[in-house]
Design a binder for this molecule. Structure first.
Ligand SMILES: *Cc1c(COP(=O)(O)O)cnc(C)c1O
Length: 382
């Protein structure tokens, strides 16, 4: 927090930790009982704040945490021992030794990684825990599924590398169930081609938020990796997941700085890209792209003021955004403007906000800047 916490908020994100906890419990309840819940909390828990989010998810019953890198893993470790932490991204060679120091699990995709981890484990006299990552059509991390056996044999020959799990990642779980099924099939075929692999000893996982929709709970899957959905956001509109009634955790708000009258014909903001068509009342908001309102929202987005939708006029600038309040009576300096969230019965979802900048909720959440304090709340729910 800044040094003067008594200063009023100009632009802030509200994080409802009670809603987060209810979401985890609901998602859990929708899954078979034996399925472990891997909470994906990379990128500062999708911008919600790693410490507060992870502490609440630990309380709510997450079984494991998944992060992008060792730095994030170390931050979770500071919160408490006991929870397994899986690093999803590749490690730099200088980072290898921190796997042991922080007692975290690495994903392996290559023989080179196995050799490196074996060397570090041997030097320390301890085993490094790994999950075998299989590329079934994402073309990013993981060993290509047809080459899995070779990498598996290498792991078997490394006494200081201990195989605790295997996983894959879907490239289009939210839009292509047929290809997702094909990815599942490739994954299982690859695993079944590994002689002596004892599935009952391993964590075997593939589904992310969108994948949950098409999951069949089939053996040997025994874990899911949930990111976006636990924050109450559906991976795509019309999602079947809507039957799991998660609640939004994140709201994004700012305040009105000034209200003024402008005559028809006035050009608004940099570049004079928008001209007022009528005599107008405009409000200048205390937030811009320096806070995480994408510049691509210029002349497109809307905000809620006094429960009414107001259109953004002209370009979003670093610290200010101009909106049309001609039709909203009595707007004053200091009024709250909601960018994402509910206000007086109206709502702007993060999906709608993201659309205005041709973006996706994942990116929107990661784009809320450091200048924006995260305010933690606990709502009672319904
Ligand atoms: C980010 C990520 C997830 C979580 O995805 P959501 O769509 O947010 O649920 C799962 N697995 C991997 C490998 C990831 O990188």
């Amino acid at each position: 927090m800044p040094s003067a916490p008594q200063l009023p908020l100009r632009c802030w994100a509200e994080i409802d930790l009670a809603a987060l906890e209810r979401n985890l419990r609901l998602i859990r309840a929708s899954l078979p009982a034996h399925i472990k819940y891997v909470a994906v909390v990379k990128a500062d828990a999708y911008g919600h704040g790693l410490h507060q989010t992870v502490a609440r998810l630990m309380h709510a019953g997450a079984d494991l945490f998944a992060v992008a890198n060792v730095t994030e893993a170390a931050a979770i470790r500071e919160l408490g021992p006991g929870w397994p932490v899986l690093v999803l991204g590749p490690l730099l060679p200088e980072e290898d030794k921190f796997l042991l120091e922080y007692d975290v699990t690495a994903a392996v995709s290559t023989a080179e990684e196995v050799a490196r981890f074996e060397a570090v484990g041997r030097a320390a006299g301890r085993a490094i825990a790994v999950h075998l990552k299989i590329d079934t059509g994402m073309g990013r991390l993981g060993v290509w599924h047809e080459y899995t056996r070779e990498l598996y044999e290498q792991i078997r020959l490394a006494p200081h590398v201990r195989l605790d799990g295997a996983f894959t990642h879907f490239s289009s779980a939210d839009e292509d169930p047929v290809f997702t099924d094909e990815q599942r099939r490739r994954f299982l075929t690859a695993l079944r081609g590994c002689p002596g692999l004892d599935f009952s000893r391993l964590l075997i996982h593939a589904d992310n938020s969108a994948g949950l929709e098409t999951a069949h709970g089939e053996q040997p899957f025994n874990a899911v990796r949930v990111g976006l959905l636990q924050f109450g956001i559906l991976p795509h509109p019309n999602s079947m997941l809507a039957r799991v009634h998660t609640e939004p955790v994140f709201s994004f708000r700012t305040r009105v700085g000034i209200v003024k009258r402008l005559p028809a014909g006035t050009d608004i903001s940099y570049g004079r890209t928008q001209t007022l068509q009528r005599d107008s009342v405009v409000a200048v908001l205390c937030a811009g792209y320096g806070d995480g309102i994408p510049r691509a929202c210029s002349s497109r987005a809307q905000v809620l003021i006094r429960g009414r939708r107001c259109s953004v006029l002209g370009r979003v600038t670093m610290d200010q955004t101009v909106v049309d309040v001609t039709d909203v009576p009595a707007v004053q300096c200091g009024d709250e403007a909601t960018l994402v969230g509910r206000q007086d019965g109206a709502v702007i979802s993060i999906a709608e906000f993201s659309n205005w900048s041709d973006s996706i909720p994942w990116e929107t959440l990661c784009s809320v800047t450091k200048r924006v304090p995260r305010i933690y709340q606990t709502s009672l729910g319904l």
